[in-house]
Ligand binder design. Structure first.
Ligand SMILES: [Fe+2]
Ligand SMILES: [Fe+2]
Length: 147
């Protein structure tokens, strides 16, 4: 398996995707363990929302998409499809952050947040997975184990 891609954009997006998955796993653990305070978990979810806004704009601002597509123009329609999902996911992330904040006084905060977060995480991971496939195809490399 190759671990030495030539492109800084390729490295950057993989690092970004790893960091995003780490944050999702951290929130997932916090919701499972229930040892942190509701405020602390709410902050993590708010941080996810902020991170996503930056992540999506990095991808859109001539990041890996632009370079990947010059390598593999056949992937343009998939790339456009994926980028079109960004605004919708930003809105969903914002709604999640707001709802999590508003639900705070309620007894069932943990269960309700778990349910909302799981649905959002699944959608986001599907999106990221498709991006990984796209850049894998564009750069024609294996990207399973990168550590
Ligand atoms: Fe994306
Ligand atoms: Fe991404």
């Amino acid at each position: 398996m190759s671990h030495s891609p030539n492109s800084p954009n390729y490295e950057r997006v993989l690092a970004e995707h790893r960091a995003l998955k780490d944050l999702l796993a951290k929130i997932d653990r916090a919701l499972a363990e229930k040892t942190a305070s509701i405020d602390a978990v709410s902050d993590l979810i708010a941080g996810l929302g902020d991170r996503l806004v930056r992540h999506f704009s990095m991808e859109e601002d001539g990041g890996y998409f632009a370079e990947a597509l010059t390598r593999a123009p056949r992937l343009v329609s998939l790339a456009n499809e994926l980028m079109a999902q960004h605004p919708k996911m930003c809105t969903r992330a914002r709604d999640l952050v707001l709802d999590v904040g508003q639900m705070k006084p309620k007894q069932d905060w943990w269960d309700a947040t778990r349910e909302r977060f799981d649905a959002f995480r699944d959608e986001l991971l599907k999106h990221e997975q498709q991006e990984d496939v796209l850049i894998q195809e564009a750069y024609n490399r294996d990207i399973g184990e990168t550590d």
